[in-house]
Design a protein around this ligand. Structure first.
Ligand SMILES: [Zn+2]
Length: 385
């Protein structure tokens, strides 16, 4: 296409103005670059400085069992208070909605009433082979919702990522002879209402649950723990379940709940926490995560290692990918060293273990079956408080 003279002149003038404008802008930018000044640092500077000079008030530093017991009472009371108001308990009520047979187990879908107006959906797995009562594992999923965790997705790409991430640990444990209860956590999948903004890969309402519960003096973490406690009521009512052998497994958002549940719930005898344990100051405080995992005020009193220390002497397996950038491994290692001191002080140093594997944000079964067998099949294992 041929342009006439006046069109060409017009383009030249526009180009000239544009180039002149950018030159002027870059000269202006240079005045304030390369460094942001003190008045421009915004929230990054403010919160970073706060983190550097802030020490939690109730960090564990006991040197005797008596000091530990004193610390435990004080810190546990604080965490229970921060987890917020709990719903009113209602009698156990279960609706059996679905039953599916698989090669090694039966999978039931049940709804368990956890409060007057809320029913918890649960995929309940019972191995075919159960000559005697079996241990049961409460399984908590992460932010991709329940589907990959029960291997029920249909898309090829999600099937692959489930396999890679070993997300279907509820199914895996059922195949290896454990009863499992894979809970649809409050705000996910069929329990969701208003969709989280910017989220399209899964149906979830974490933001709505969190905002509503905060306004009512509750917390999402507290409510999700409450639901899991009612699921334990259900498990203990089942003939096939050994009521004294209830374990816990959670990844990512489910790992966050798994850190708090043993604080509230003595019936949890062993816990496996994956893709979640590090330090608040390097995860939720430092980089954006879903708000549902944030317990208001917790950093004022303690760190993640202090929360997990409340589980002692009950066995804990920490599972972390060394390349999981959302949950830095450096702080996981520091926390693990501290937990070894906590457990050793109570004479059960062997009850805290870590599987820090090469990989990213996912589950790992490198140590899970040995860990469960060691504590659920060995009568000498100390798994109670
Ligand atoms: Zn969330």
């Amino acid at each position: 296409m041929r342009r006439n003279v006046s069109q060409q002149a017009g383009i030249a003038i526009v180009l000239c103005v544009f180039l002149h404008g950018s030159a002027a802008m870059s000269a202006e930018t240079e005045k304030t670059s390369p460094k942001k000044t003190e008045v421009q640092q915004g929230i990054a500077g403010s919160f970073k400085q706060l983190r550097e000079r802030f020490e939690p008030e109730l960090s564990w530093n006991a040197t005797t069992p008596a000091e530990h017991a004193e610390w435990r009472k004080s810190f546990r009371d604080t965490v229970v208070r921060l987890l917020g108001r709990m719903p009113e308990k209602v009698p156990l009520n279960v609706v059996w909605a679905e039953k599916k047979e698989f090669e090694l187990f039966t999978r039931h879908k049940v709804y368990i009433r956890s409060e007057a107006e809320y029913w918890v959906p649960v995929y309940y797995y019972v191995p075919h082979k159960h000559d005697e009562k079996l241990p049961a594992i409460v399984c908590l999923h992460g932010h991709s919702g329940i589907e990959p965790y029960i291997a029920s997705q249909r898309k090829e790409s999600i099937i692959k990522s489930t396999k890679r991430g070993q997300l279907d640990y509820a199914v895996y444990f059922a195949k290896h002879g454990y009863v499992t209860a894979a809970i649809v956590m409050r705000g996910f999948n069929e329990t969701a209402d208003k969709q989280d903004r910017g989220v399209s890969h899964v149906t979830r309402s974490c933001l709505q649950v969190t905002m509503s519960s905060y306004l009512m003096g509750m917390t999402t973490l507290g409510l999700r723990c409450w639901d899991a406690m009612r699921v334990i009521d259900f498990l203990q009512s089942q003939e096939v379940v050994d009521p004294d052998k209830i374990g816990l497994a959670g990844l990512s958002g489910g790992g966050a709940v798994a850190m708090y549940l043993p604080v509230l719930e003595k019936r949890i005898k062993v816990a496996m926490i994956a893709g979640a344990f590090t330090a608040f100051r390097s995860t939720f405080y430092a980089t954006p995560h879903c708000m549902c995992q944030c317990l208001p005020g917790i950093m004022q009193y303690g760190e993640m290692s202090d929360i997990v220390a409340l589980c002692a002497p009950r066995p804990v397996l920490l599972i972390n990918g060394t390349g999981d950038t959302g949950f830095p491994i450096e702080d996981a290692r520091i926390g693990y060293e501290k937990l070894k001191r906590v457990y050793s002080l109570q004479g059960v140093g062997e009850n805290v273990e870590a599987d820090f594997f090469e990989g990213g944000h996912r589950w790992s079964n490198n140590k899970t079956l040995d860990f469960l067998a060691k504590h659920f099949q060995n009568p000498k294992s100390k798994i109670s408080e």
